[in-house]
Each structure stands twice: as structure tokens, then as C-alpha cells.
Design a protein around this ligand. Structure first.
Ligand SMILES: [Zn+2]
Length: 495
């Protein structure tokens, strides 16, 4: 596969070194309970209410592997085309940190004799309109750590609190090969991966709830030369933060090299407020962590029949869903892309179409007014008071001429804002379309009288002024006039 041009070569003009990026993505799995105990994983519970001896790491407590978490890991591995290892192992990743009660985290690593859940695989993204396959190095399972809370904010607090609700929450880590060559490609990859995980029903991928976090490493490679020294930016929780941090880091490294200095291998953090990365601590190597085989867990055996069953039950993935929408409903690719942005949107589309409205009309509404509302309010379609039944009812009112297409857009926003049926909004606000000729004729005559110039032009055969007068009629009726009837009456009056 030929390499497409990178979409946004950062720091152009500061040398010919190529940006090389690899990502590690931590995804919270959609399980009801934690990785090694029965405690609930719900978000937003009062601190330290979802804990037990296992996830607190108390002496004598024993972990028990969550089968559902393994299934979701396998589902991801299959969706990414990875090789699932028949026997994988868990390790203790030893380090000391206040959010880690046991002083080790149960995780998986990549050793020849102790493979992780799955390795290899690929995810296709689009770079400048052309496909580019990003290789996946591995998919492994691990537990999350606790959360530190600084009562007066970092820096201002004299004490820290620990919330162990997160401790032991099932995480899956997806590690890419260093196949990405610009911050924009990293963004494309994260969006494509999030879409895949949502359609596979593996994770909610709600970054604001911390269910998807990303570490990114970046180096600059001279043409034909060995890879440059890389830095790693840790724990970013939005796609935008990843893209901005990487752009900053690319420019920073180029400047370091331009000064004749060497890039230092280190871990850095992204400061959203100041829009800079800063060094935090020296980079730990795998040996610094001292991985030990976890003695309290037996090896994880996954037989071929289990993988086959997972593959068979895999939900329809975004690319297949998109192709099916195009084939079944004749949607343009642009609409199909937008409708398959999330599973909720794709389901909403299909459920609405099943109630009768024309697919292209539904697609127009979803990719137009509805998408604009969702963007503006930063919500998903399943978080607002709009249902397929309500949207199709509104489209019926447009179809049978009860309301005009223009008024319908306002009605839709009202429906969402006030959680109402379209008929109720029309009734309450008197938005019925005016198709009654006697009523319209009065308006038409007034508009003609108020605009003698354009009226004379039309009488002289210059119909270019017609849309202007129709616009005046719509304005006079607050958008309620039936545009077809208004057009026809105008022509009649001025012929
Ligand atoms: Zn527990």
C-alpha cells in the first residue's frame, strides 16, 4: 500500500525529518462489575462506596477474572483482525504510587512465552481521502487505578483524597505501531477507533467520563535514518487534546534539534490551559516496572470455539453499516458517513425510516437541523427528547401541508427543548401552515401594494423579482404561508 501524503505536516520548513507517532489507548470496558471482583463500575457514585477487599488490595484477598471483560477484549481483537493467543498470562506491574493500593497493577505484557490477549491487527483510516492501514501491536487487559482528588486543586491543596471506586475497573489497552505521521492522522485514528468500539458495543467511549484515555509517543525521523528519540505525552482525555499536544510536541522537538541539542527521552504531560507539554518524570522502561507473573491468577485459556462464537456474534461494524445504508436506502456517501458517526444515530435513522418517511428526507433532517443541534449542545442523539416516532410525526405534518418545511425546523427545536410532541407545539404556538386562499390573497395583495417596483417588473415579464415577493409573503406570515400557494397566487395577480 502506497503511503498517502501526511494530512498536516507540522512544522514545515524546519527540516525534512518525518513525524512518527504511536498511540496507546486505554478503554473502559462495558461491564457491570470490576475486572477481578464483583464491585459495580457505575460512574459518579459517592467516593469509596463501590469497594471490597479485592479492589482495595487488602492482604489475603484473591482476584477472580471477569469473563465478560475477556469477551469484550476478544470482540475488539476480532474486530481489529488481531491474532488471539490461545493462552495468555497476567502480570504484576510493580510501581509505587498513591493511587495504587497494592503497589502493583495487574496487567498483561508482551513476552515471547507470556503473550497478551491478542497481537497484530489493523485499523483503516482515511488520509486525504485515501485509505491508510494502521497496524495494531497488541490488545491487552488490565485494571484501572484509584483516583486522587485534590480538594483545593493541584498545587493549592495541602492534602489529597483517594477514591477507590475506580480501582479495579476493567480496562483494555490498544497499542498501535508507530504508523501515524501527523497529529491529524492521530485524530482520525482515534475517531475511527472510537466508532469501531461503540459499534462493537465494547465501550461507551465517553471521554468526559474517562472511559477513553490516550498516551501518545512522538519522534522525528531523518530520511532513511534510524528512528529519533521519542517522548511520550500521558493521559489525555479528548481527541482534541491529543491532536494539539502532538502538534506542540512536534514543533518543540524540531526546535530542540534546530538548536543543535538532543531530544531527551521522557514522559510529558499536556497542560490544556497553557497549551504546552511539560516534562514530569523520567521515562520508566519495562524493566523499571519489574513485571512478575501474577501468581493468584491461572493462565487465561481461549479456545478456537470461543473465538469463533465471538466472531459470529459480532455486531455490525461501522464500515459494513455504512455500506448497507448506501445499498439499501440509496443514501449518498456523505449522509451515510454522518449517520454512522455513532450507533445511536444509525439506529435512530433506521427506526425512523421504518415508520414511513422517505430515507433521503430523514437523512437530510438528521445531518442538517438535528446534527447542528447536537453539535451546539455537545450531546448525543440518545440524550435528547427526540424519538423516531416524534421525528416521523413531524415529517408527516410537513408532508400533508399542516406546517411548512421552514416552520418545521423551529418546531423540531421546540420539541427537543420542551420534550413535546410536534402536534402539541403546532397547537400551542399556532404554527399551522396557511394554505387557505382567501387568507393568503389578502397578504399577497398587501405585499404587491407595498412593493410596486418589483410588482411592475413581474407584470412586464421579468420573473426574477418573484422570489423576493414570495420572501416578503413568508415574512409577513412568520414563515407559515404555503410557499407553493403563495407563488401561484402572486403569478395570478400579476399576470
Ligand atoms: Zn471490589
Amino acid at each position: 500500500m502506497e503511503k498517502p501524503e501526511p494530512m498536516d505536516p507540522t512544522g514545515a520548513g524546519t527540516g525534512t525529518r518525518e513525524v512518527v507517532i504511536g498511540l496507546e489507548i486505554h478503554v473502559q470496558l462495558l461491564t457491570a462489575s470490576k475486572m477481578f471482583c464483583g464491585c459495580a463500575t457505575e460512574f459518579g457514585a459517592p467516593p469509596n462506596t463501590l469497594v471490597c477487599p479485592v479492589c482495595l488490595g487488602l492482604p489475603g484477598s484473591l482476584p477472580v477474572l471477569n469473563r465478560r471483560a475477556v469477551e469484550l477484549g476478544l470482540r475488539t481483537a476480532v474486530a481489529l483482525g488481531c491474532r488471539v493467543h490461545p493462552r495468555s498470562r497476567f502480570h504484576r506491574k510493580n510501581y509505587y504510587y498513591p493511587d495504587l493500593a497494592k503497589n502493583y497493577q495487574i496487567s498483561q505484557y508482551e513476552y515471547a512465552d507470556h503473550p497478551p490477549l491478542a497481537t497484530g491487527g489493523v485499523l483503516e483510516i482515511h488520509v486525504g481521502g485515501r485509505p491508510w492501514r494502521v497496524a495494531i501491536r497488541r490488545v491487552h487487559l488490565e485494571e484501572d487505578t484509584a483516583r486522587l482528588v485534590h480538594p483545593a486543586g493541584t498545587g493549592g491543596a495541602s492534602s489529597s483524597l483517594v477514591d477507590y471506586n475506580r480501582s479495579g475497573v476493567p480496562l483494555m489497552e490498544i497499542v498501535t505501531e508507530p504508523d501515524l505521521r501527523s497529529p491529524g492522522e492521530a485524530r482520525e485514528f482515534l475517531n475511527a477507533l472510537r466508532r469501531l468500539l461503540q459499534f462493537a458495543e465494547v465501550s461507551s467511549c465517553r471521554m468526559e467520563e474517562g472511559t477513553l484515555r490516550c498516551d501518545a509517543n512522538l519522534s522525528l525521523q531523518p530520511p532513511g535514518g534510524p528512528p529519533g528519540v521519542r517522548t511520550e505525552v500521558k493521559n489525555m482525555n479528548s481527541v482534541r487534546a491529543v491532536e494539539r499536544a502532538l502538534a506542540f510536541e512536534a514543533v518543540r522537538q524540531r526546535e530542540v534539534l534546530a538548536r543543535g541539542e538532543a531530544v531527551v527521552q521522557e514522559t510529558r504531560h499536556w497542560d490544556e490551559r497553557r497549551s504546552v507539554t511539560f516534562a514530569s518524570r523520567s521515562k520508566e522502561e519495562a524493566e523499571d516496572y519489574r513485571y512478575f507473573p501474577e501468581p493468584d491468577l491461572v493462565p487465561l485459556d481461549v479456545d478456537a470455539a470461543w473465538v469463533a462464537a465471538i466472531r459470529k456474534a459480532l455486531p455490525e461494524l461501522p464500515a459494513a453499516r455504512r455500506d448497507r445504508l448506501i445499498a439499501t436506502f440509496g443514501l449518498p456517501a456523505y449522509d451515510a458517513d454522518l449517520i454512522t458517526a455513532t450507533p445511536a444515530m444509525a439506529n435512530f435513522f433506521e427506526e425512523t425510516v421504518a415508520l414511513g418517511p422517505h430515507p433521503k428526507v430523514v437523512a437530510n433532517w438528521l445531518s442538517g437541523v438535528v446534527a447542528a443541534y447536537l453539535n451546539e449542545h455537545a450531546v448525543e442523539i440518545d440524550q435528547i427528547a427526540l424519538t423516531p416516532a416524534r421525528l416521523s410525526a413531524l415529517l408527516r405534518l410537513v408532508d400533508d401541508g399542516t406546517v411548512s418545511g421552514r416552520t418545521a425546523k423551529d418546531i423540531l427545536v421546540e420539541m427537543i427543548t420542551h420534550d413535546q410532541e410536534p402536534e402539541a407545539v403546532v397547537e400551542a404556538r399556532g404554527l399551522q401552515q396557511i394554505s387557505d386562499e382567501a387568507t393568503l390573497r389578502v397578504v399577497v395583495d398587501k405585499v404587491i401594494a407595498d412593493h410596486p417596483g418589483p410588482a411592475a417588473e413581474i407584470r412586464a415579464g421579468k420573473v426574477r423579482a418573484l422570489p423576493f415577493l414570495v420572501g416578503q409573503i413568508m415574512r409577513a406570515t412568520a414563515g407559515r404561508a404555503n410557499p407553493e400557494a403563495a407563488n401561484r397566487l402572486l403569478r395570478e395577480r400579476l399576470s
